[in-house]
Design a protein around this ligand. Sequence first.
Ligand code: PZK
Length: 293
Amino acid sequence: MTAIADLPLIASGKVREIYDLGDSLLISASDRISTYDVVHPNPIPDKGNVLTGLSTFWFERTTGIVPNHFVSVTDGVPDEVRGCAMVVRKLQMLPVECVVRGYLSGSGWKDYQRTGAVSGIELPPGLRESDRLPEPIFTPSTKAEVGHDEAIDFEGAASLVGDRALAERLRDVSIAVYQHAADHARSRGIILADTKFEFGLDVDGELTLGDEVCTPDSSRFWPADEYEPGRGQPSFDKQFVRDWASSTGWDRNPPAPTIPVDVVARTREKYVEAYERIVGDPFDEWLRRTGAA
Ligand code: PZK
């Protein structure tokens, strides 16, 4: 899945790589999985295919909200990464992570408990962990080279991008794409609690959505039928791995333990289920469309 023959590697994350194709880029999603920010030694088969299929679905549905970097999942994709890789346009990436939250979870819940606000946005009193917010909020963060991104308020984002009007468009477009995706996912039984977008400027200076969109790696997916505010929610995709990892007594420091085959199989099923619920097509159809199978 990694080290595609001959292509220059531009950047790599914990579970994805970007290669230079000359006038465009290739983003390849691996089958690697992390829990508690640590990558496990063994993969979840088809995870990279599922995530690439989901990003493709959202890119194709949200072009009317904002243009995006998607070019193709067929033309120009090397055979060895068919299904898990996407050709994209080169952008000048903006130095801010565009986080949108529809529910109170993670660092947002922590900040609210401490201050009553998230990213400088005052919220109503008395909210519980995992409560739905009155409306989705934009809670940007810095892009840390190493370690964790740092939460900032809208003013912080505006100074990072150096253009208040552009920051307002980032906020409004981020909320609109989240709203679209969360409404759709909710109708298919999945709560998209929050998500992170990355944007860039294209060759004409047009604001363009990049990276991946509303995947389980860039978002919190919760099963709607188990939703119960007042506690943390189970993860739609990673809960079997988390439960198993906790049961081993793993202290969440590297190295992460090898995931047993039955946990791998059940987790793969959850990723495929997320794809099929959201896209509404058989996952096999994705593999056929992309020539992966
Ligand atoms: C770009 N990243 C972050 C994402 C990684 C690293 N369309 C683009 N044009 C130019 N640069 C980027 C993109 C995009 N997307 C994004 N780094 C560069 C990143 C995924 C995997 F390893």
